[in-house]
Design a protein around this ligand. Sequence first.
Ligand SMILES: C[S@@+](CC[C@H](N)C(=O)[O-])C[C@H]1O[C@@H](n2cnc3c(N)ncnc32)[C@H](O)[C@@H]1O
Length: 113
Amino acid sequence: MGSNGLWLTEWLSEAVSLAPGMRVLDLGCGTAVSSILLAKEFGPRVWAADLWISPSDNWDCLGESGLEESVMPLRAEAHELPFADGCPPPTHLRPRPRRSPKPKPAREAVCVL
Ligand SMILES: C[S@@+](CC[C@H](N)C(=O)[O-])C[C@H]1O[C@@H](n2cnc3c(N)ncnc32)[C@H](O)[C@@H]1O
């Protein structure tokens, strides 16, 4: 949906070592193209969360990708995420200024594109 969504996703994926077994919250995923890319290329489980885009529409798109086991579409309001008490806060990733240091590898990642 964003003009450079896929490019930004690839760029962000260089900042963390994504791998099978990891969990990624793709917050504001839009049509979940970035979620599909992350799951397909790096193998984490991805929660594809968006407020305005229907998770049912994203689910239908997933059927074509064969990633129903890896990508879970859901509707979520970014300011009211229902994390459990005591749940470790996810690492928050954003595109960073060119000269800022590379973030440390994270076990959990939130992508905001
Ligand atoms: C510019 S689009 C980017 C979509 C996608 N990340 C991409 O790059 O193609 C921004 C998305 O953020 C979602 N969004 C905006 N405010 C939100 C909020 N408060 N909580 C969850 N999603 C939100 C919108 O529904 C929209 O799909």
